[in-house]
Design a binder for this molecule. Structure first.
Ligand code: HAM
Length: 423
């Protein structure tokens, strides 16, 4: 029996991989303009990192981690997200001492979550994310959001909805937490077992429950925005003001709580509103996580970031009917007829490629007609025909496949002659 790909994973085949490359290049280009630098962290980390970083009441930690013991009996976990690793690395490498502050980083790479696979939800997916550490200026919150929007805009997405919320600082959150416990406690037995556990540990996450979202008490739950203290409230006002100044439309949703424990102050998600995008509409999620660096043993350092998966971005592009890759074209296809010509084509191909041309030849001993077909399939600009007679006369025929024009070029100084022809 043949072995198949594991559930929830994908092969990205040639033909599709170009889309991925373009998305990666676009994201990197935008990061360069915003002065975010790339960071690469390991695919696996100590399990403890995610227990502490992501939070032990989250679905990720409770149900979705790929955790294993290595031969040295250490518990390791394939990273389910990037923020915890980046914050660990920031702390471990003492980046809080860098001359340039805030430290602005981006990453792109595979993440792993044992989720129920469906459209837009994979067990291995590629996240692109940024993290800005060291600034508590609302302008950096707005910058991070605008960076995500800029990548989407540059790729042509239009049907987007930016939703923001503030989860407030610790004291705002504590006041809201008490209000939530008082609100849900009398009827908590009507909620799912996850929510019953969340009541004491992290009642905010009840608002994020998929199973109980239609319960009456969800609609009347106390809003975090009513519990923001003055400082948190002013901070949120500034973020909104900056977004408006940048002409970035948003809506405020006080029920947006996000699925990871480390957030405070600004939280945001970007949704696709394209028809046919599917049931999972979130393209990108992020927020502020002041306190996480300290949690990892570093000095008190504020931070904010976001991540999105390339998989969902591609679905959104498809749902909006946007084709981002162009038809591939190669410069030339070398057709060699006869043994001597074939030998010669090996060096010719080498010289063409070294001169910067994309060039191909036949490796299947096909007839001339089939070789022409192959050149057309590869969308070659020119076909270079090497025949025995031409070779003896020191010439080759070069045919432009678009116009049909054919010229003869001398073999001597061929690369220069061909360069002139193709310009
Ligand atoms: P998250 O909301 O868990 O946040 O994931 C961010 C994004 O990753 C989602 O909006 C979605 O695009 C993508 N994603 C998550 N799970 C899957 C999946 N199973 N299949 C495909 N795509 C998926 C975080 O991971 C935070 N680290 C974001 C962040 C960075 N917050 C601050 N900095």
């Amino acid at each position: 029996m043949s072995i198949q790909i594991p559930r929830g994973t994908q092969d990205i085949l040639p033909g599709t991989v170009e889309k991925w490359q373009l998305i990666e290049e676009t994201a990197k280009e935008v990061c360069r303009k915003y002065l975010y630098e790339e960071i690469r962290t390991p695919i696996f980390e100590h399990t403890e990192l995610f227990l502490r970083g992501v939070g032990d009441t989250t679905d990720i930690v409770q149900k979705e981690m790929y955790t294993f013991e290595d031969r040295g009996e250490r518990s390791l976990t394939l990273r389910p997200e990037g923020t915890a690793s980046v914050v660990r690395s920031f702390t471990e490498n003492k980046m809080y001492g860098n001359a340039n502050q805030p430290v602005k980083l981006y990453y792109i790479g595979p993440m792993f979550r044992y989720e129920r696979p469906q459209k837009g939800r994979y067990r291995q997916f590629v996240q692109f994310g940024v993290e800005a550490l060291g600034s508590m200026d609302p302008a950096i919150d707005a910058e991070v959001i605008s960076l995500a929007m800029q990548i989407y805009k540059q790729l042509g997405l239009k049907k987007l909805k930016l939703v923001i919320n503030s989860l407030g600082d610790n004291s705002s959150r504590a006041a809201h937490r008490t209000a939530l416990i008082n609100h849900f406690q009398p009827s908590i037995h009507e909620f799912c077992s996850d929510c019953q556990n969340r009541l004491e540990k992290n009642p905010l996450r009840i608002l994020d429950c998929k199973k109980d979202r239609d319960h009456e008490l969800m609609k009347t739950a106390p809003s975090i925005l009513d519990y923001l203290n003055e400082e948190s409230s002013l901070y949120f006002e500034k973020v909104k003001q900056y977004l408006s100044l940048m002409n970035i439309d948003f809506i405020v949703d006080p029920t947006l709580v996000r699925g990871l424990d480390y957030y405070n102050h600004t939280a945001f998600e970007i949704m696709s509103e394209a028809e046919g995008f599917g049931a999972i509409t979130t393209l990108c999620g992020g927020g502020r996580y002041n306190g996480l660096v300290q949690e990892m043993g570093g000095p008190e350092t504020p931070g904010i970031g976001f991540a999105f998966s390339v998989e969902r971005l591609i679905s959104a592009l498809e749902a909006e009917g946007i084709e981002i890759t162009q038809e591939q074209q190669i410069d030339c296809y070398v057709i060699a007829l006869g043994e001597k010509a074939k030998d010669y084509s090996v060096t010719l191909l080498q010289s063409l490629r070294q001169a910067g041309f994309s060039a191909e030849r036949d490796y299947l001993n096909r007839k001339m007609k089939a070789q022409f077909k192959a050149a057309e399939r590869l969308n070659a600009k020119h076909v270079i025909i090497l025949g025995e007679d031409e070779l003896a006369a020191g010439k080759v025929a070069v045919k432009n496949l678009q116009s049909g024009d054919q010229v003869e070029l001398p073999l001597e100084n061929f690369i220069n002659e061909y360069t002139t022809l193709s310009n």
